[in-house]
Design a protein around this ligand. Sequence first.
Ligand code: NI
Length: 221
Amino acid sequence: MSEQATIGAALQAGGSSPAAALAQVEGEERERAAGEQEREEGLDPEARARRDRALAEIRKLGDPVLRTRALPVERFDRALRAEARRMGEIMADALGVGLAATQVGILHRLFVYRVDPDEEVQALVNPLIVAASEERETGEEGCLSIPYVHVAVERHRQVTVRAQDLKGRELELEAEGLQARVIQHELDHLDGVLILDRISQEARREAMRLMREARAAAARR
Ligand code: NI
């Protein structure tokens, strides 16, 4: 798909959704995006090549699979564990903190995440939020499927998640702060929901504009 087509689809998706007005993209977001670009440019060539390869495997905005609801996992076999391992590698190489199966074109209710790079990658299968704090927090989020975009998204500060591990064992975990944010973001992916759906139309328009600028700048480099 061409860049143009992707952006066109993005605008279409953005223009029609009645997302709640939660936060505005401000000048600081733009500075942050510029800062991130610098950090990426500071990567050594090998890490950058690895990152580019990983990003190439991730479905981008405009791909219909990102808008599709994933299906419950029923088989907890070696193939599932291999899938999760591969997703963990792609996420780490792409320098992300979370990756949902839909982002690599697999319609499984499965995501991996790692908030702290020193920790092991966690995988949650068939996750469900069973409790959420009334208290919410607004924080900045990016998405490996939506390059160059950072937007302020409101999330529950704490969530309790029921899920299964890769062997099918039931588990329940409580998360707060960044971990809770990542879990809510990845769970959204499994329902075909993107960060652009969780911001105001105005913020979305601004985010799309910055994305076009960043893409044009990257193409000039
Ligand atoms: Ni994402």
